[in-house]
Design a protein. Sequence first.
Length: 342
Amino acid sequence: MEFMTLKNAEGKEISVRFRKFQLSDATEIVKLIRDEYGEKYHKRNLYDTDYIIRQNEAGALMFHVAEMVGGEVIGCLALKREGTACSIATGIILKKYRRYGMFFPFAKYIAAQIRQLDKVSAIYCRMILYHDITQKLMARLGLKACAFVPSLILADNFQHSYDRDDNLKLTLGIMIRKVSKHDAGKIYLPVEQIKIAQDIYNSLKVKYEIDSTENILAGESKISVDNDAVQQNCTIEIDFAGANLVNQIRAVHEKFSGDYQTFNIFLNVSDKSAVAAYNELVKLGYFFVGFKPICSDREIMILHNPRNVAIDFDKLKLIEEFEFLREYVKKMYGSRCLIENQ
């Protein structure tokens, strides 16, 4: 890509271009991370230059950089394949080069790179919600608000140059834009979630069919569990909900029980067991926080169990695109089941 000239409000100009990762960029990416996060970035592997190089060589994490005339690397954005989607992540600009309007052309360049990849169903972005800069940027690229992922990061474990909200744990948001997946197929949803599903899937302009049949849970569940002991958050993916689902989830709750432990469930709603599974999870203290649509061969509903960690959704700094979802999720949070010894 050719160099472009960018100007800040004071009339100062810089020349920058965007390009793919080179081996020498690994050290510069770590410098960018330290400039923004110090030693408290939650993606700990990205302080390791060998890890960055290996991930790029494997195509698992594809970094792109913003480079000044003369070769100084002043920004980075990464692409990561997640299911059939491609996510935009780890976007950083050196503090002294901000306010030049660099992020939007950088993001447009990244979106163009995604469209050159094979078999990408959607563009996906997950972002911290105590500032709205990334949300505004993704909205300009056509991404739509689809979900919250609450209480992922302990605020005291995270350093950032922006003012953060007062929540004990930081909530992330999900925004998505379709690329090649135009039909979500049949999704199994409880009646109470039909309207919000219609709002989200219609915003993505994809086809879908909703079935609210509550089929009996039978057979063995297929779940995977990933717990972050440092941040005290646990992610549970339910591929298939069987008769033993409740016992399995209770066992996970018992295994991870720190003072600030929270749980997020990613429920496969392309499977006919989803409605019954949802009803059981609500009884265990979970509540609906959104969807992760068109990012794999199955559609996903996200549910959260805050345990003893309160969430103030009004403290999240959101663009208008997220407001309808905030108001709905607040109602779900307020009406959730509160069960002792969840």
